[in-house]
Ligand binder design. Structure first.
Ligand code: GDP
Ligand code: IMO
Ligand code: MG
Length: 426
């Protein structure tokens, strides 16, 4: 069987966790392929709200296998806490969670380096989640990193010390004050805990599953516009957030990719610094933030809000080979008399509909089309046919602009507030 992929088409927080949880009954295996504890994936069901950071969003379904792939970076301290919170909720994490030996470890000094680097940038900072993501991926590509499999090696402590010494030298360069002794005991204890979990050679296991006919859903983190190559560099994360990242982050050949679910909010949000052409720094933006409860799941920071950006969406669709779209948070747009959609940008005096090279120093001015809004409260809507006409028109507008079907529409945070358009869902 082929591996289906679900990933964000915007700047993250599209609602990936919710939909992976909804789709999990259709799959045998859920696998994360990149990112780390910078992610915050929210699941809501039966009155429970739970935020996952490193663990795939299929974990609440008994009997489903959840794999953390080689492309993920793991902070053992965050990971241990995450598992403990799930165990307290009665989830059998140990039985259903497998971790790639090739996944890299985030050390306490990676977090310190992230903080030192951001502090040194002042107003130019990336707005990183400060989880140590950039420095740990730097060590991975710089061939200095420590991996989950190293934790099984008797030499682990001496390898750890070699790397930490490098980090101390770098921290001295930043003149950054820190107290590592306070952080190390929890790290070592968490590495000890990690050793007790099921560590696997995930590329072999996942390909075995494929050959056995097991169905796999790959769960993206962050969003396509934060991809290290294709986002507005340097205002990006440090991993490949697009479909190609699935192949690298799980050890799966491109020919094995099946459906690509591209998930987007009915509007846009971004947390952290960087270009955001349709951002609304006015009361409309404030209203979107309030109605959409747009505050970061990982850091609690207020998310910047704006209208839907079609050129950006089409860019992400192109990069990912999206086969079907999922639209989230339609309910948040209820009550807006008019809804704007960005169809083009004004760039250096010209109207364009693509993402140019330099969007950091040159401004992209959005050109809008204005559509009719709707007033109906969507929270209780259980069938696609019950949606208001203006929302049907909004859906049809996006489908026409992108050339893709929107097969799932989300009308609230709960698992149940999800409309599957069976007629088009393949
Ligand atoms: P992820 O990182 O892509 O998994 O998304 P987050 O969990 O960071 O952010 C999405 C937020 O929107 C969470 O608080 C979800 O509970 C919430 N959410 C998801 N879908 C909907 C929806 O259709 N309507 C509303 N109002 N909230 C939603
Ligand atoms: P999920 O998976 C939204 C943003 C940060 C910052 C930039 C770099 O929940 O969608 P990093 O810590 O990766 O070095 O930060 O990327 N960012 C996210 N924004 N959702 C996320 O994940 C994010 N992960 C990172 O805010 O702008
Ligand atoms: Mg999130």
């Amino acid at each position: 069987m082929k591996v289906d992929v679900l990933l964000g088409l915007q700047w993250g927080d599209e609602g990936k966790g919710k939909v992976v949880d909804v789709l999990t009954p259709r799959y045998d295996v859920i696998a994360r392929f990149q990112g780390g504890p910078n992610a915050g994936h929210t699941l809501e069901f039966e009155g429970i709200k739970h935020v996952l950071h490193t663990i795939p969003s299929g974990i609440f379904h008994p009997g489903k296998i959840n794999v953390i792939g080689n492309g993920v970076v793991i902070d053992p301290v965050v990971f241990k806490k995450e598992i403990e919170a799930l165990v307290a909720r009665g989830v059998d994490v140990k039985a259903n969670l497998f971790i790639s030996r090739k996944a890299h470890l985030i050390l306490p000094t990676h977090r310190l380096l992230d903080a030192a680097s951001e502090a040194s940038k002042g107003k130019e900072k990336i707005g990183s989640t400060l989880k140590g993501i950039g420095p740990s991926y730097m060590d991975k590509t710089g061939r200095n990193g420590l991996r989950v499999g190293d934790a099984e090696h008797p030499d682990f402590i001496s390898r750890y010390n070699v790397l930490v010494q490098k980090h101390k030298d770098l921290l001295a360069h930043y003149k950054f004050e820190y107290n590592l002794a306070d952080l190390e005991p929890a790290f070592m204890e968490s590495v000890e805990f990690l050793r007790t979990l099921t560590l696997i050679d995930s590329e072999y296991i996942l390909n075995k599953y494929i050959n056995e006919g097991k169905s796999i859903l790959a769960e993206g983190a962050q969003g396509s516009l934060l991809d290290v190559d294709f986002g507005a560099y340097p205002f990006v994360t440090s991993s490949h957030t697009i479909t190609a990242g699935t192949c690298i982050g799980l050890g799966i050949a491109p020919t094995k990719i099946g459906e690509v679910y591209g998930i987007f909010k009915a509007y846009c949000t971004r947390v952290g610094s960087g270009p955001f052409p349709t951002e609304l720094e006015d009361e409309t933006g404030e209203l979107l933030r309030k109605r959409g409860n747009e505050f970061g799941s990982t850091t609690g920071r207020a998310r910047r809000c704006g209208w839907l950006d079609i050129p950006a969406l089409k860019y992400a669709i192109m990069l990912n080979g999206v086969t079907q779209l999922i639209m989230m948070k339609s309910d948040v747009l209820s009550g807006f008399e008019k809804i704007k959609v960005c169809t083009h940008y004004l760039y250096k005096g010209k109207q364009i509909d693509y993402m140019p090279y330099d969007v950091v120093h040159e401004k992209l001015e959005p050109v809008y089309e204005i559509l009719e809004g709707w007033n109906q409260n969507l929270e209780q809507v259980s069938d696609h046919d019950e949606l208001p006409t203006s929302l049907h028109n909004y859906i049809a507008y996006i489908e026409k602009a992108t050339g893709l079907p929107i097969t799932i529409i989300s009308v609230g945070p709960d698992r149940k507030q999800t409309l599957l358009r069976q007629a088009v869902l393949r």
